[in-house]
Design a protein around this ligand. Sequence first.
Ligand code: GTP
Ligand code: MG
Length: 385
Amino acid sequence: MKAKTFIDQVEVLVRSGKGGDGAMSFRREALVEFGGPDGGDGGRGGDVVFAASDHQNSLLSLYYDPKCFAQDGGPGQGQKMYGKRGKDLIVPVPLGTEVYEVDTGLLVADITEPGQKVIVAKGGAGGFGNVHFKSSVNQAPTEHTPGGAPEEKRLRLELKTIADAGLLGFPNAGKSSLLSVLSSATPKIASYPFTTLNPIVGTIVYPDWAKIRMADVPGIIEGAAKGVGLGLAFLKHLERSKVLVYVIDMAGTDNREPWNDYKILKKEIDEYSFELSERPCLVVANKMDEEVSKENLARFVRETGVEPIAISCETREGLDEFREALRRIVEPKMKFHHTHAEAPDLKDLPDTTGDELPEDALRFATFLKFDKPKAKSHPSRGNIH
Ligand SMILES: Nc1nc2c(ncn2[C@@H]2O[C@H](COP(=O)(O)OP(=O)(O)OP(=O)(O)O)[C@@H](O)[C@H]2O)c(=O)[nH]1
Ligand SMILES: [Mg+2]
């Protein structure tokens, strides 16, 4: 059997560390009479933390190792010594992972931001040593408390790929071809159905560095909602997309009828989720380099009332139009805005002799903090001796 390379759903058992017990001990030392209690506190148990990772695109590692146990806290000891703190267990998970509690079905975390960390099981607190129970009436307490219990739960992790646009279409429509000509992703392309078996994400980079992430998922066929072909399981990877891109094979390869393909796709999406079928969408007519495509396109418009963007991944026609249409819907955020309107007109800047600094320049010269008051001394800063 071929080893699995992609997993988008997995059930794991997480358990945080138990808190260490507080100690019961008395100071015993030569020449010290009535040394008193000196049992230290137990250490805190470690947390189980899910951390967003850029380096993973599947839940594969958790599939093979579904037990996530953090370290227990160490017990307190005599001489008022604290127990060792249990180590947290940091579990890297791919961006787009949803975490559900199996027992309740509740969504406990949605990991979508780079650097995001979520504590899914909190470590038990350390117990108190007997040193805490000393009082005027009880100089030799023997009480000490056990460490807090660990948290244990079963969690279901579901990966929903994060992409701005999702490609949708019958097998062989050219979804992977489109992704490969627009981005530097290298999905497998072949003339047999179900070439793509896992979602693949590529990034379209515009000349001004705007970026759009586009996901290619396995093709869907009639009856997919009932599990035919690969079913609709992969559609969850399009749920976070702002726009769905219907890719239609306008050449009607293998005697297919493009207008029927479109209607079937729409119907399957409707059955999967009303919300997804209402999502903004673009329809692209691929393989327009083929003879028969022009004729088919005219009939497609007549039958469906939809005017698709005509493209060809072979000859690369229509790709610019598609890119721009995609950009208008997604409206990618730009990190930097350089527009000529914002640049100052050099003629308006005052002449200087070189000795004085213009007031404006000073305002922005944050490194020259002339009037910044000196920080006041305070014992907590540790600068008073
Ligand atoms: N003539 C022509 N052939 C194309 C065009 N785009 C893709 N193809 C061919 O169509 C076939 C299927 O392309 P893929 O990109 O693998 O199709 P897909 O939609 O990803 O298919 P699955 O992964 O099986 O769902 C390949 O043989 C491509 O070479 C095009 O614009 N014109
Ligand atoms: Mg493909």
